[in-house]
Design a protein around this ligand. Structure first.
Ligand SMILES: CC(C)(COP(=O)(O)OP(=O)(O)OC[C@H]1O[C@@H](n2cnc3c(N)ncnc32)[C@H](O)[C@@H]1OP(=O)(O)O)[C@@H](O)C(=O)NCCC(=O)NCCS
Length: 162
């Protein structure tokens, strides 16, 4: 697996699984009927932020991550990141590799910490993955997320120092 910069040419490969993940409404606070243009502008970030793709040896896009400054001005030493792995390629270490990559990026850019603003409490796979990468739950916004089948669940703020 290779993680490299995402280019405009990667978008047609990203959009189908990004749309599937967002439409499921279980993991992101994006509108479930997000349009392709909205999604592209939310996900495909310009420098100094970064959007990357994880690709296999044949060049198939397996997943993607975006990395950015989380807060402005006096909070600009706090990084943020978001991740989407194509469900067809889940459970094979792509998310972990992208998470490790984002942490390395943030360290190299001189950030002091990384904060995830809204990790859905019921997204147990993601919470477990971020914990294993050194993140802790700082606080949980009770019932901050309306899950399509579980009802109102919490939204974690997770963080780790770099
Ligand atoms: C969360 C997500 C990025 C994980 O990516 P992935 O490639 O499937 O994860 P990995 O194969 O790298 O798994 C890494 C770890 O995550 C955990 N994990 C992943 N999916 C899990 C699941 N369904 N149940 C329990 N644990 C799970 C395991 O701890 C696993 O540990 P291991 O490496 O010891 O096996 C991916 O499922 C995804 O894109 N989900 C939809 C969008 C999303 O939730 N993004 C994150 C928002 S905070």
């Amino acid at each position: 697996m290779l993680i490299r910069e995402a280019t405009a040419d990667d978008w047609p490969a990203i959009w189908p699984f990004l749309r599937e993940i967002v439409a499921a409404g279980e993991t992101y606070t994006y509108d479930r009927d997000i349009t392709e243009e909205q999604a592209r502008s939310v996900w495909m970030l310009a420098a100094p932020s970064r959007t990357v793709v994880a690709v296999d040896q044949g060049g198939t896009v397996l997943g993607t991550a975006k990395m950015n400054r989380n807060h402005m001005g006096p909070g600009s030493h706090v990084a943020g990141a978001s991740f989407m792995v194509d469900p067809a390629h889940g459970g094979r270490g792509v998310g972990r590799a992208l998470g490790e990559y984002a942490l390395e990026w943030a360290r190299a850019e001189g950030y002091r910490m990384m904060q995830f603003n809204a990790v859905v409490e019921s997204n147990v796979g993601a919470v477990k993955l971020w914990r294993s990468l050194g993140f802790e739950v700082l606080a949980t916004l009770p019932e901050g997320f309306r899950h399509p089948t579980k009802g109102f669940v919490g939204l974690h703020i997770m963080y780790r120092e770099l």
